[in-house]
Design a protein around this ligand. Structure first.
Ligand code: AMP
Length: 399
């Protein structure tokens, strides 16, 4: 990446304002359900402390609707971070304002201060509503580091607008740099064959990336709910499976483009169908040649598909995967997603998984360490693959 990295900054004795992604899932009682995102930021945090900087961390948490909602305070995160670092982490009562400035003014080397939830201010997500918000944040520090890859596709105050106040002083953190490096491997000269598996519910949310991948991959595998719009586009009955009528033409275009470019597009040859979206529903495995009867819906890829896809994927050198291949939240419909995940975990290919539900499925199976890279940002990784860049990364200072 031709952008400044955290390792390019003269950190000693300086205040570093670091945008991290501490948007952790919370339990009903407000405790942290999963601290993966906090752990993911530790290398950059530790680096600043090891180089005698003072660290000011900022993040959003959830989607607070009306100002300061105490249930979405970052205070529990400060406590967890303190345990992980084995040192005190100061918690600010706000993210901007006099009191916060007093706290940042008195920070010593190796102190850590966490600012309160950025989204308590609407200007975080709508910078144009108050351009001074980013400026007030910027005032707190000497240098800016963005390590929140999962938010880098958003033009928010803390990920985008703020960088104008740090000319030649806005750098990428380790997590952000690692994401860019792995995703770039898929875009620029990937080891071949390069295969992409795209699943999930909606074709509408992924048609851009699918169209773009056709020019890059050696084969495309499309499963999950979005696959049924492709079947319908070929005149195959899909019962009451997920279907986006307004995208029929898009699906036809994609099928046609693959044909013209000679890129195989693999759809499931067999699927599991169910008469309801429930674990105790009646199920059958049918071949897609016969189509899905009315009142039934496709909920997972079938065993024949798992077998044939696995034998092709096994020859891949780079494999990108985004989106579950069935309704994996329901145990009986999760087998296809799990078997493909298991298979990918045993290949020698570079395996990059684009965030969200596919990463959740892999982590649930406890096989995360067998993948080359699990992206921390679903939307961000897809946009990066689609456009080749992200606003939050473009906004960083050039090297
Ligand atoms: P996405 O956010 O687009 O990756 O979609 C993830 C969602 O797609 C998950 O909640 C899955 O349950 C859902 N999904 C995957 N396959 C199907 C399917 N065949 N029918 C309905 N929903 C599905």
């Amino acid at each position: 990446m031709n952008k400044l990295s955290i390792t390019d900054l003269p950190i000693q004795g300086k205040k570093i304002l670091m945008r991290v992604d501490f948007n952790v899932p919370l339990n009903e009682d407000g405790t942290i359900a999963d601290d993966t995102r906090i752990r993911a930021a530790l290398p950059s945090i530790q680096y600043v402390l090891d180089h005698q900087g003072s660290l000011i961390l900022m993040s959003h948490l959830g989607r607070p609707k009306e100002g300061k909602n105490p249930k979405l305070s970052l205070r529990p995160v400060a406590m967890r971070l303190s345990e992980l670092l084995d040192k005190p982490v100061l918690m600010a009562p706000d993210c901007i304002g006099d009191e916060v400035e007093k706290m940042t003014d008195t920070l010593s080397q190796e102190d850590v201060l966490l600012l309160e939830n950025l989204r308590f201010y609407p200007a975080e997500t709508k910078p144009e509503s108050d351009p001074t918000f980013a400026e007030k944040l910027a005032k707190l520090a000497d240098f800016y580091v963005n390590d929140a890859f999962g938010s880098a596709h958003r033009k928010h105050s803390s990920t985008y607008t703020i960088t104008q106040y740090f000319p030649h002083k806005a750098a990428g953190g380790f997590l952000l740099n690692k994401e860019v490096s792995f995703l770039s491997k898929c875009l620029q000269n990937p080891a071949r064959p390069f295969y992409a598996i795209i699943g999930g519910a909606k074709l509408s949310s992924k048609m851009g990336i699918i169209k773009n991948l056709i020019d890059k991959v050696d084969a495309l595998f499309i499963g999950g709910g979005m696959g049924y719009t492709f079947f319908k586009a070929q005149g195959i009955n899909i019962g009451k499976s997920l279907f986006e009528e307004e995208l029929l033409e898009v699906a036809k275009d994609i099928l046609q483009k693959c044909k013209e470019k000679n890129i195989p597009l693999y759809l499931p040859t067999d699927v599991v169908i169910a008469d309801a979206l429930a674990n105790d529903a009646n199920t059958k495995v049918i071949t897609m040649q016969t189509g899905i009867p009315p009142e039934w819906e496709g909920v997972d890829i079938g065993p024949h598909t798992v077998k044939t896809w696995s034998s092709i994927l096994g020859k891949g050198a780079t494999i990108f995967w985004n989106g579950p291949l069935g309704v994996f939240e329901i145990h009986n419909f999760s087998l296809g997603t799990e078997e493909i995940a298991q298979m990918l975990s045993n290949t020698h290919a570079i395996t990059v998984v684009g965030g969200g539900d596919s990463v959740a499925a892999i982590n649930k199976m406890g096989i995360g360490d067998k993948f080359s890279h699990l992206s921390t940002g679903g939307g961000a990784s897809l946009e990066f693959l689609e456009f080749g860049h992200l606003p939050g990364i473009d906004a960083l200072s050039d090297k």
